[in-house]
Design a protein around this ligand. Sequence first.
Ligand SMILES: [Mn+2]
Length: 324
Amino acid sequence: MPLYHQPVDAAEVPRFAGHSTFMRLPSVATAEGLDIALVGIPWDGGTTNRAGARHGPREVRNLSSLMRSAHHVSGIAPYEIANIADVGDLSVNPINLLDGMERIEKGMAQIVANGALPLSVGGDHLTTLPVLRSVSGGLRAVGNPLGMIQFDAHSDTNDTYFGGNRYTHGTPFRRAIEEGLLDPTRIVQIGIRGSVYGPGEHDWAKAQGVRIIYMEEFIRRGPDDVMAEATQIVGCQPTYVTFDVDAIDPSMAPGTGTPEIGGLTTREAQQMLRLLHPVNIVGADVVEVAPPLDVGGMTALVGATVMFELLCIIANQVRQERSG
Ligand SMILES: [Mn+2]
């Protein structure tokens, strides 16, 4: 078996000690040789209300030190089956939106050019748009419009804000559909709820074929039934997975810019993430963790744990690809 990067041994060095990296893995300069690149995107230039997600990667790194090395349900030990490391943060620009997005796209393009599958931590949800621009043109996507499974309180398919501005964390997936990065008939949004700007807010997305599973429908059907539909919709074609931490109820994840009550529990989210295994994942992210709004790190812990759940699923996919 090839020797892969390993996290610092928690039985040797206590988990509160040492440098803060994702999952206590080595920090490396490039994604060369990696199967999976863990990457921070400390940018919240698209935030329309309460800011702070720019601080997400650093705090998720901190709380990711609580993760151990194997999954207690699936038995997946990601660091034994895939080469994974922390490639640091992408370059950002906190005072220029378009330049910030361009930097994120370029940084992510280098990661996917190395053949690594990116698992990133934002940042607000606008970060996912430049990431999709790079991932959809990457080796794994072979130029196809991608499918997407989105866990979120909001659809993020609005058109413009504040006098015609087309790029905010409320618009990324409208832009991604317009740009041909996503196939709208292979997008599933789960957990959508809360007040909207107007009664027709989701009409455009629905007209494109986006499947919106509102929180009320999720409550009626439950995680197994909803994920059976979601995995069937995205099929075996390349798919991106995006997890906005505001999908979780704010009683469990208060540290986010746009909280909505009546959300998923962390247990329901874990159940659904574990059912992603049939999906052909080409990249994934966890966004909208805003540490200045957090309480005792609880939202960063949710972000880190969601990241570990995704990491296990993706690492197992890498193993299956390798064994043909
Ligand atoms: Mn969102």
